[in-house]
Structures are given as C-alpha cells and as structure tokens.
Design a protein around this ligand. Structure first.
Ligand code: GLC
Length: 392
C-alpha cells in the first residue's frame, strides 16, 4: 500500500462542503460532522500536501466560534443528520470544547507556506479561544485548565473519568454513555456556564489537555511575535510557564503526572497513555523522561505491547479492547512520537511510527486497534491514520 496515496484518497472521500466552507468528516458513517481536534489533525496532515485545503479546514472550524471565545468540539453542518447530536447546543454546534491543538495546526501550515495574511486573519480567533480557556476554565487562578465533561478531553470513555461519573472499572459502553448523557443534560440546564458546571458537576484538570495547552501557548506566542504583537507574545509565554509549574506542583507524584479533580486537586491515579503527554510540552526533565520511558513506556507489562501504545496500561483493571479503554489510537501515538523526539528518543519514536504504519497496512484506516493483535476496531475510513505522514 502506498500510504501517501491511500491517505490522499481517504481525505478526498471524507471531504465535505457547505456554502463557502470545506471540512473533513473523521468517518463518513460513524462521525459525519466536524470535530475540533480532528480538524486540527486534518490540517496538520493536509499541510503536507496542500496548505490551501489545510487552511480551509481551520477556517470552517473557526467559523462557529462563540462570542465568549469557545471553539465548539462539534459542528453540525448538516442538521438533518441527527447522529451524535446529543450535545446539541448553540448555533448548530455542541457547547463544549476539545483539546486546544489549533495553534499548533496553524503553525504547521505557516511553517510550510509562510502565508502571513492567513495568520493575520485568524489570530483574533486564536487569541480569544486561548483567553477563554485561561479565564473561564481556571476560576481559582491555579493555572490548570479544567474540563467540564469527559468528552472535552477527546477520550470520551477513558477510565480516568470512571469514579467521577460513579462508574466501576468494568461496565458496558451503554452504561458509560448514559452517565455522560446525564451530565450533558445537567450541563444544558446550567447553560454550559463553565465555572458553575465545573464547581457543581464535573471538574477535571486533565494531563493531556493541559500539556497540549502549555505547548500551544508557546506556539501562540510565536504566532503573536510573527505579527509583532510582542505584549501578547510575552503574556502567552508566561501563561505557558505557569501551567507547566502548576502541573509540576499539583499533578506530579513519584515521576508520573496524574489528572486531578475538584477544588482540592485530588489525583486520579489511573495509568493511561496520558502519563506520556507531558513529553509533548517538554514538561519533564531529561532524567525524568528517561525513567518514564524505561519504566513505563517500554514495559511489556504496561504499555509496550505488540502494537503499541495501548491507551490504558495492561495492569489497570479497566483495561479492555474497546474505545479509549485500552486500544491503540494513531492520534495518541502521534502525541507520544512528538514527545519522544523532544527528548531525543529517536529509536523508540521510530518504533512507534513503524508500528502505526504496520497497523494501517494490516487493518486499514480504522478508529483504533487491538494493541496485541493489530485488529482494526471502531469506525471505518477514519482519518487519524493520516497522522503517520506527519511522523517524520
Ligand atoms: C470520538 C473520539 C473523539 C473524536 C470523535 C470524532 O468521539 O472519542 O476524540 O473527536 O470521535 O472522531
């Protein structure tokens, strides 16, 4: 299989238009709408072949930004298609967000075509989105960004959220979904007022979300500097540093970063791929990174399976071969790959890249994969496999 060609074909098939807008659906049947972090992945992938298409993906995503700055995690361009419409919120969108990887995606495009006009055009959107997260999602000024619903993490049914939803470590997907529906109903009742929803219903400071935020604030500062907004650039660099310090202060214990919940920042000690995401934002020292990789990533009893990296450690009771509770996702692999390169672990990174390619060659563009057999699972014609073109 020529992966570049297969990926190009997949993206053409999943491309949709609405008025002047162009976007890509993650999977035509299972996920027929536009999603936030998916579109950022799409833009990163497309930036390798056609920066104009990559920019269109970002423009459609930003077109539904709320006046308070939130970028919604789903846009329902075709309201007749009711699939996944449980989060129906404002203006044909969901009213919750997803990991803030959009500045990174924009910078990847800019690095390739140096289109400063595009940066100028979308800078206000980026500025307001990250300001929204800093202001609304950190009401106590602790410098950790909160999520108000598991789906905001991008890992809808991750076991990190089980206890907070009142779930045992083993339960059916339906039970999990019902709990999340209940939370959405309550979110709707409180009008998605973030500080209120977080304080009263669900308040997680998630490790991947904050790692992605810290890295993206650094990139946003680079974007601001390019546009001669030096004060903004200084501000965003500072905010990134604050998050990194807060993560070290409130999440780190015995070498591992744990997501926290509630007003007193209790740690959620469920070992998932999230423990590797601080590598993506250079939050660990080199020594800490070395121990993390040796002791956990390359440990065949935890994360080093035949087709790494499982999203949940094999040792966790909750581990299964379903959705975000164990299988390998190429998106998670991509974050870890980039993180490993930050620290010079090029051989391990290469292994992850090769294994990701093997998964696609064996099982096609599937949503996720059994980490031991490589069997393709979940949605078909799923776009995230395209991220292997960015593992370079
Ligand atoms: C699932 C994933 C989420 C993704 C969406 C669309 O809900 O958990 O991360 O954004 O599908 O692909």
């Amino acid at each position: 299989m020529n992966l570049q060609i297969a990926c190009h074909q997949l993206f053409l098939e999943n491309r949709r238009h609405k008025g002047d807008f162009q976007y890509t659906v993650p999977s035509p049947t299972t996920y027929p709408h536009q999603w936030l972090w998916d579109s950022c992945f799409h833009a990163i992938i497309l930036s390798h072949s056609n920066t104009e298409d990559a920019k269109k993906e970002i423009l459609s995503l930003l077109s539904k930004q709320f006046t308070n700055g939130l970028i919604p995690h789903m846009i329902f361009w075709n309201p007749n298609n009711q699939k996944n419409s449980k989060f129906w919120g404002q203006n044909g969108t969901s009213s919750i967000t997803q990991p803030p990887i959009v500045a990174y995606a924009v910078w990847e495009i800019f690095k390739k075509d140096k289109d400063i006009k595009f940066l100028e055009k979308i800078y206000p959107n980026l500025y307001h989105f990250y300001r929204y997260l800093l202001n609304e999602r950190d009401p106590h000024d602790k410098h950790l960004i909160g999520i108000l619903n598991p789906d905001e993490s991008g890992e809808d049914d991750s076991p990190r959220f089980d206890a907070l939803l009142g779930l045992k470590s083993k339960h059916s997907f339906k039970t999990n979904l019902n709990k999340r529906f209940e939370l959405v109903k309550k979110n709707i009742d409180c009008k998605f007022d973030a500080p209120f929803c977080m304080r009263n219903l669900f308040w997680v400071k998630d490790v991947p979300f904050n790692s992605i935020m810290a890295e993206n604030l650094k990139i946003l500062a680079d974007i601001a500097k390019k546009l001669d907004f030096d004060d903004d650039a200084n501000y965003f660099v500072k905010q990134s540093e604050h998050i990194i310090w807060a993560m070290r202060d409130l999440m780190l214990e015995d070498g591992l970063f744990w997501s926290t919940y509630g007003e007193d920042y209790k740690k959620i000690k469920i070992k998932t791929w999230a423990i590797f995401t601080p590598l993506f934002a250079n939050i660990l020292t080199h020594k800490e990174a070395e121990i993390l990789v040796e002791k956990h990533l390359l440990n065949s009893k935890e994360f080093w399976t035949k087709y790494p990296i499982p999203t949940v450690s094999l040792k966790e009771r909750s581990f299964s071969d379903f959705f975000w509770r164990g299988p390998t996702w190429i998106g998670a692999n991509w974050f870890i790959y980039k993180g490993l390169l930050n620290y010079g672990f090029t051989d391990v990174a290469k292994d992850i890249k090769n294994s990701s390619i093997r998964l696609i060659e064996k099982s096609g563009f599937r949503e996720y994969f059994n980490c031991q057999t490589g069997e393709g699972l979940g949605a078909k014609n799923f776009t995230w496999g395209g991220l292997v073109v960015d593992m370079n």
